[in-house]
Write a protein that binds this ligand. Structure first.
Ligand code: DX5
Ligand code: ZN
Length: 227
């Protein structure tokens, strides 16, 4: 029972921070399905982005689904803060904690969508014990930490493997892919079975973000329909 429509998730990481409200309105009005919010702590990844206070502020100007991607160590400590800030879905990294199950339970107990993410070097099989706890699997197609990197094509095989595992378990778990997505790579990822596509640099640097998102959507949908 897979969702049949694809979703486009612009990553705020690549926005012009001095014009945040304008940038968010641009992608919201331009047809984004959700806003992807990359939280980095400078420990789990070698970069620091933003935290719950910023998310709380942008929540006031945008009512779209907030897809919060936590690239932080021991995320269980901060789930309440991100729920309070207005997250609709919270994704944690498998590699970021020894308490994966407890953290997913915590997110679910707050009635938010729970996501689990794996880095490019982490095998898909690690998700098996958590399939009954997640609503979304985020497969990183670049090393987490920075926008503007090149899509790792080995991701396609991981998406296929994940799709097989998910189909087999019978739950409706969406597969999200994050990093290096553009009108070409989205075709590969969508044919492989991804449902949600995160793109930062490409969307926010586009001359016309709405048109660019539409191109992404059309390419992804065509690739999916042709499988
Ligand atoms: C990387 C982040 C991504 C990133 C995507 O750690 O999780 O969401 O911002 O950016 P682009 O689309 O520029 O690769
Ligand atoms: Zn992300």
């Amino acid at each position: 029972m897979k969702n049949t429509t694809v979703k486009i998730a612009p990553s705020l990481l690549a926005a012009d921070y001095k014009n945040l409200e304008k940038e968010i309105t641009k992608v919201n009005n331009g047809g984004a399905d959700m806003l992807h919010l990359d939280v980095m702590d400078g420990m789990f990844v070698k970069n620091i982005s933003f935290g719950a206070p910023l998310i709380k502020s942008v929540r006031e100007v945008c009512d779209i689904f907030f897809d919060v991607h936590l690239m932080i160590c021991d995320p269980i400590r901060y789930i309440d803060s991100f729920v309070d800030a207005g997250a609709d879905g919270i994704t944690i990294h498998y590699e970021s904690t020894s308490e994966v199950e407890a953290t997913l339970d915590k997110i679910r107990s707050c009635e938010k969508k729970a996501g689990l993410s794996i880095k490019p070097g982490t095998p898909v099989s690690v998700i098996t014990p958590y399939l009954n706890k997640i609503d979304m699997l985020l497969i990183m197609s670049v090393e987490p930490g920075f926008g503007g990197q090149k899509y790792i094509s080995a991701t396609n095989e991981k998406i296929k493997e994940a799709k097989a595992l998910i189909d087999n378990c019978g739950r409706n778990i969406e597969i999200e892919v994050d990093g290096g997505i553009n009108p070409d790579t989205i075709i590969e990822a969508s044919s492989a079975g991804a449902d949600i596509f995160v793109a930062g640099t490409a969307i926010f640097n586009a001359y016309d973000a709405a048109e660019y998102m539409n191109t992404l959507r059309v390419n992804a949908q065509k690739a999916r329909d042709n499988v």
